[in-house]
Design a protein around this ligand. Structure first.
Ligand SMILES: Cc1cc2nc3c(=O)[nH]c(=O)nc-3n(C[C@H](O)[C@H](O)[C@H](O)COP(=O)(O)OP(=O)(O)OC[C@H]3O[C@@H](n4cnc5c(N)ncnc54)[C@H](O)[C@@H]3O)c2cc1C
Ligand code: FES
Length: 372
């Protein structure tokens, strides 16, 4: 029974279990309530209590710009506030009868000692996107959501480097905002240059807060309004931050912005100074062929085109797939490919039966079977 629950547990269940005390409490609860699952009892008492998944309740949805909003969530039992600024959470929302999961950087400060037992994310509505528009325009306070525990390597080291560059564009400011808010609350100081790009002044997320951080000397801020001045180039970067090559840099934004920075840092040694967080899968390869994907047993099959990842296809078919970053970074989504072939949408590399594959970055290259 246990292994079935683990294999089909919602994403992040492994990291939820990262809290040893919570794990032991869950095990004890399971023994006490056998043969029924602890959830059957807990849910009756409080919809936020679950022994095997993290849940949270939406506290508020606050408009930030015309197409973005900050969502404050109060996590239920088992959530650890011991995360690091810059990490992201998974959020699962019931939409059109299906739980849909996406990752969002936390914009809150990882410190519950102030009595604030909430977390915040800031979402930009993507015009063609499935979930983000709903989160910004349709989510109402009181909604119960599923959560995957905070994770990610996009964090600042301790102690802070003497000189930092934080370079962001659009919604890429979100993980950086958590870092800056945390440094501000802790009173930590360094030489911090922030360069942030947005189309217009009205599109700048957290504009007032950034200005106030600059006014109090926490950061040296350059705002680049691309509709007036064009996209930031390597030359522009050198002009506004002449010593950028001597700074440890944390960068987040659209693919083109991050590619510009990667080019600016040039050779491999310097690239070690550049720490990047991507929000979207960089599809370098042309689509795979597509095919019928079988998820474990023949009664769980779906036909998918070559642009749909195995993870997306599984979720669309109602299969609970393990995942973390959805970006090819964390390996949480790796499963065994039992039959057929799949293609990596970033590199075009083909994987065949017997290999373990990352379902978030691969698509069917003909009919295939996954061990899920
Ligand atoms: C680690 C991490 C942290 C993140 N943090 C944040 C954050 O802090 N804030 C934030 O706003 N986002 C963040 N994201 C991105 C977020 O997870 C979602 O990918 C994003 O909100 C889009 O989700 P969606 O469901 O609306 O789009 P999806 O439906 O997943 O679509 C993805 C993209 O494809 C495009 N698309 C979809 N369908 C079509 C179509 N038919 N034609 C053309 N284009 C189409 C969409 O416009 C969108 O750009 C993060 C991602 C990661 C991996
Ligand atoms: S979900 Fe992180 S690598 Fe696939």
């Amino acid at each position: 029974m246990t292994s079935w629950i683990q294999r089909l547990a919602p994403p992040g269940a492994a990291s939820v279990a990262g809290s040893r005390r919570a794990q032991m409490a869950r095990a004890a609860l399971a023994r006490v309530t056998t043969p029924l699952l602890p959830d059957d009892y807990l849910h009756l008492a409080n919809p936020l209590w679950s022994a095997r998944e993290l849940r949270g309740k939406v506290v508020s949805v606050t408009t930030e710009t015309a197409d973005s909003a900050t969502i404050v969530i109060r996590p239920g039992w088992g959530f650890s506030f011991d995360y690091s600024a810059g990490q992201y959470i998974g959020i699962g929302v019931l939409l059109h009868g299906r739980w849909t999961w996406r990752s969002y950087s936390l914009t809150s400060v990882p410190d519950s000692s102030h009595g604030d037992k909430t977390v915040a994310i800031t979402v930009k509505a993507m015009p063609e996107g499935y979930l983000s528009s709903h989160l910004v325009n349709g989510l109402v306070p009181g909604t119960v959501v599923r959560l995957a525990a905070p994770s990610g390597e996009f964090v600042l080291p301790e102690p802070l480097p003497p000189r930092l560059l934080l370079a962001t564009a659009g919604s890429g400011i979100t993980p950086i905002m958590s870092m800056l808010r945390t440094l501000r609350r802790r009173g930590e100081r360094s030489d911090i240059k922030v360069i942030h790009s947005a189309p217009t002044a009205d599109d700048v997320l957290f504009a007032e807060e950034l200005e106030s951080m600059a006014a109090e000397g926490l950061i040296d801020l350059t705002l680049r309004l691309t509709r007036e001045s064009g996209k930031l180039s390597v030359d522009d970067l050198a002009a506004v931050c002449p010593d950028f090559l001597e700074r440890q840099t944390w960068a987040c934004g659209p693919g083109g912005f991050l590619d510009m920075l990667t080019a600016a840092y040039g050779d491999d040694d310097r690239l070690e100074q550049l720490h990047i967080e991507r929000f979207a899968l960089e599809r370098g390869a042309s689509d795979a062929q597509g095919g019928v994907i079988t998820f474990g047993t023949p009664d769980r099959q779906v036909e998918a085109d070559g642009a749909t990842t195995l993870l997306e296809a599984g979720e669309q078919a109602g299969v609970l797939m393990p995942f973390g970053c959805r970006m090819g970074i964390c390996q949480s989504c790796v499963v065994m490919l039992d039959k057929g072939a799949v293609r990596d949408l970033r590199t075009g590399a083909e994987h065949i039966a017997g290999e373990r594959v990352q379902t978030c970055v691969t698509a069917a290259a003909g009919d295939c079977t996954l061990d899920v």
